[in-house]
Design a protein around this ligand. Structure first.
Ligand SMILES: C[S@@+](CC[C@H](N)C(=O)[O-])C[C@H]1O[C@@H](n2cnc3c(N)ncnc32)[C@H](O)[C@@H]1O
Length: 283
């Protein structure tokens, strides 16, 4: 009962009545976001952190002092994570949890009606492309990711009957060309990498876009004054533990500085879900 009442105290459960005859039920929010049977479920990211990341917090002071990740990223984070199919699927579920509502909101807020095609870089199981294609009948999308991941993406695209609208492209975004598009999206991509690699990916997007094209970067952007967005700072520490001190989250202003140096002309930010924003750079 303590467990249930604790969840009542943090507003994750409702309770009517007291004592042994009390009845517990989901709140509106938990029914929407934390019921695996519902389409709005975002618990994949919590399950992933529960099984994997919480134990890394034991090492946070050591990591902060040495700047060295305490996990398998020493031998290549994605390569090691993806070596086991169950872990790859769990990571895809985690990415769905963290991105479902942000991309749904982005599909509504950004004027995709002014563009014809979108390339989603690091598109995971193509959830962002599937959301965009469903929201905008005229759009075609390319979901670009590593080969292990695009195999899953292709299956999901076929399950959703979107294979005539979405192409899943396998490649390495540091080595291969990006599929050309009017809009390039990167959801939670840049924060995995160091400054030089961030520059490289922004530069590649710039070279791929035509004048007027847009690069849409969706992240838990840290507020410019670094005082408010606890989740963005928490995410940056998570990147520190996963990748070492080369990977970090950033603010919209930091992104704009890098992108302006590369040649992007105009910028805009969009508030998406509570913790996630998009910053758009126009060529
Ligand atoms: C943090 S996940 C973000 C997934 C998705 N964009 C989202 O917002 O939910 C990073 C993605 O980048 C992909 N990725 C990592 N390294 C890559 C590389 N070198 N080339 C292509 N994709 C890569 C991963 O497989 C993964 O799907």
């Amino acid at each position: 009962m303590d467990m249930l009442d604790l969840l009542v105290s943090v507003k994750l459960l409702n309770r009517t009545g007291d004592g042994p005859s009390a009845v517990y039920s989901n709140t509106d929010e938990t029914a929407t976001y934390l019921d695996p049977a519902k389409p709005g479920y975002i618990g994949g990211i919590l399950e992933f952190w529960d099984k994997r990341n919480y134990r890394f917090w034991d090492t946070i002071f050591e990591v902060a002092q040495t700047g060295e990740a305490q996990n398998e990223s020493k031998t290549g984070f994605f390569e090691t994570l993806y070596a086991e199919p169950a872990r790859l699927e769990a990571f895809m579920a985690a990415m769905n949890g963290s991105s479902l509502h942000a991309f749904t909101e982005m599909a509504r807020a950004f004027p995709f009606e002014n563009y014809r095609n979108v390339t989603d870089i690091g598109g995971a199981d193509a959830l962002p492309s599937r959301l965009l294609a469903r929201a905008h009948d005229h759009l075609t999308c390319a979901s670009f990711d590593l080969p292990e991941v695009t195999a899953i993406a292709r299956r999901r695209v076929v399950e959703d009957n979107l294979e005539h609208r979405i192409t899943c492209v396998s490649g390495n975004f540091f080595k291969d060309h990006f599929p050309p598009a009017d809009v390039i999206t990167m959801g939670m991509i840049l924060h995995d990498w160091d400054l030089e690699q961030k520059h490289h990916l922004i530069q590649k997007a710039y070279e791929t876009l035509q004048p007027g094209g847009a690069l849409v970067v969706i992240e838990a952007l840290i507020d410019d004054a670094r005082r408010e967005n606890t989740y963005g700072l928490f995410m940056s520490l998570t990147m520190l533990m996963e990748f070492g001190d080369r990977a970090f989250d950033f603010s919209a202003v930091e992104f704009e500085t890098w992108a302006r140096e590369i040649g992007f002309k105009r910028f805009e930010t969009f508030s998406l879900t509570g913790i996630t924003r998009a910053v758009v750079a126009y060529k």
